[in-house]
Design a protein around this ligand. Structure first.
Ligand code: F6P
Length: 302
């Protein structure tokens, strides 16, 4: 990227980080009831889904550097009036656990503006970030200048104003690790590979850490620096994670932090965008753990 593009990207980052503060506030004080709408994917929308989606679109419009944006709630290109970038995002991941007050997140991904995303792959992504709203609100962000995945946290300045502070300069994922987060576990009923892999993790005394929230379940792998998040699929339990709003941005960050990702046979970053509602299986984390995932999936095909 040239220095002008980097300056525009940094401008966008400021806006996105501000949106995360706003969303954090919406989650903290907004109510968690359902509204009378369903999104494109057939998910019943919460009022929080709609509100957080609006915060993101409004922010991207204000940034003046985004041509198009699209979200899990609105999976078509929406004109944002600027140039330079396309942004895909999931404003509120974990709607099913927000009522029980578990950690939820926002996922965003910045692409070059090539007028559309069809035909691109995750290798075209310029930067991405995930925010987790837990006891603290924190962000993982890829810094194009340093080539590092950084972690940010909210602090108060001397005037009591909220501000973002970088708390880790470079987050790295080690080659192996014994934390496992087994999503879509019902697929193991008719996916023998998944059943065998669960047995491997159990008998090899791996530590189960799973909440059902994609963002916190993946976030832990960056911060603990090891482990695997796996969301394999089966005939009876098909893919539900969306490529543009969840899978590709997370895969981009994981690979930038030195980890590996897979859809069962190859890196998520090699999947071509064919439409804006595409879904994919996902394994992400320590290289050796993801390689084991691929080996099991290849050996135990039903
Ligand atoms: O977006 C869908 C989602 O809620 C993710 O946040 C999460 O990783 C996954 O579904 C959980 O699936 P399951 O409840 O089947 O493990």
């Amino acid at each position: 990227m040239d220095s002008e593009q980097i300056a525009y990207l940094n401008q966008l980052k400021e806006h996105l980080f501000h949106a995360i503060l706003e969303i954090s506030d919406v989650i903290m004080y907004g109510d968690t009831h359902h509204v009378e709408t369903i999104n494109h994917f057939g998910d019943k929308q919460l009022s929080l889904d709609v509100l957080t989606d609006e915060v993101m679109f409004e922010t991207l419009r204000k940034s003046k550097v985004v041509k198009y944006a699209l979200s899990e709630e609105k999976p078509e290109l929406q004109d944002m009036g600027g140039d330079h970038f396309i942004v895909s995002f999931d404003p509120l991941d974990g709607s099913s656990i927000v009522d029980v007050n578990w950690s939820v997140g926002t996922i965003f991904c910045i692409w070059p503006n090539k007028d559309k995303l069809i035909g691109l792959t995750g290798r075209d992504i310029l930067s991405a970030g995930i925010a987790v709203y837990g006891p603290r609100t924190t962000i993982l962000w890829y810094n194009v200048e340093s080539g590092n995945v950084e972690e940010y946290s909210i602090k108060r300045d001397d005037n009591d104003k909220l501000m973002w502070v970088r708390i880790k300069e470079s987050v790295k994922i080690a080659e192996k690790g014994k934390i496992f987060a087994p999503a879509n576990m019902r697929a193991s009923a008719d996916n023998k590979a998944y059943e065998a892999l669960l047995e491997y993790w159990r008998t090899n005394k791996y530590t189960l850490r799973y909440t059902g929230g994609l963002v916190p379940d993946v976030y832990q792998i960056f911060i603990k620096g090891q482990g695997i998040f796996a969301n394999p699929v089966s005939k009876e339990a098909p893919a539900k994670l969306r490529l543009l709003y969840e899978v590709a941005p997370i895969a981009f960050l994981v690979e930038k932090a030195g980890g590996k990702t897979s859809n069962g046979s190859h890196s998520i970053l090699d999947i071509k965008v064919e439409d804006y509602t595409q879904k994919s299986p996902l394994a992400a984390g320590s290289k050796e753990e993801v390689e084991r995932f691929e080996k099991y999936m290849a050996e135990n095909r039903n």
